[in-house]
Design a protein around this ligand. Sequence first.
Ligand code: AHM
Ligand code: MG
Length: 339
Amino acid sequence: MRPQFEEGLTLDRFLMETARSHPARTGQFVALMHQVMLAAKMVSARVNRAGLAGMIGQTGEKNIQGEFVMKLDVYANETFKRALEHAGVCCLIVSEEEEAPIHIPEPYQNGAYVFMMDPLDGSSNIDVNATIGTIFGIYRRVSAEGGPGELQDVLRSGRELVAAGYIIYGAGTLLVLATQEHGVNGFTLDPSVGEFFLSHRDLKLNDEASLYSINEGYEAQWDERLVRYIRSLKDPARGMSARYIGSLVADFHRNLLKGGLFIYPGTKKSPKGKLRVLYEAFPLAFIAEAAGGAATNGETPILDLVPTSLHQRTPLVIGNAPLVAEATAAMSATPATKG
Ligand code: AHM
Ligand code: MG
């Protein structure tokens, strides 16, 4: 049975207490999470004064996905990278902002973990002060300890994740962490003391799911079955309502708390959709399953995928399990033949 943690517990103490129950502990996971907390606090502080500090706006460069890089994306990427490179806890880092895997530079030591991140998700929302976040997933390495990490450490099934989480920089800053053993817990940053405190204990998706989230602006590019399914959700008898921010992390978090369905489908133009397997879909699928929900690409549970490249994309259907199952069935139903 899981220990019951009281609200108000710091993330620091939560990590130490949960690590105690791990027979094979090396202290590296706790040390890694300390670096995540440090980077999260630095990015949170910068997000809060982004307008003042001139961080809003674009650097003028494009990133590897061909999108304009915002200044805050660059800052978040550098901050998380530095924090993790220097602590001797990672052997490889994968970032949305960098095409190649990031190896640990000399003279720092290689550690036991692989860290995958979208350092600042929802970047189109930066300059309108809407909620953005950092998404991360963590593997334990399979290659030999001590040396640099290898591609086999990262191109593997999502089922092998040891932990995943996200940090939301919104009205407040919240770090949500999911592990196999301790489920999903949320910790809110109190900026006046610089600590994350347990505020959302053992999160489970709300059963009374009445929200759906999809970018309906792309309806003309959808498969007809998806068009019909989304229309069916608008039947007043279903009592559903739409919410879509355009920051995956914020859309997911709201649906986690309120219950709902998020879909970023493949389209005629982009059959694999937009979202990335390793550092967007995998972490959120891991969290969704740990919170009693489900995630699929329409055919396969997301966590069963085994990516073959670092920046691979996938359609994503995620949220309450009954809604995910319903959506998947509707989207894969044999199209009616025209008579
Ligand atoms: P980003 O990682 O560059 O911010 O892009 C991913 C974002 C997600 O946060 C969000 O779900 C999606 O793009 C929104 O895309 P769209 O504007 O096509 O609906
Ligand atoms: Mg993103």
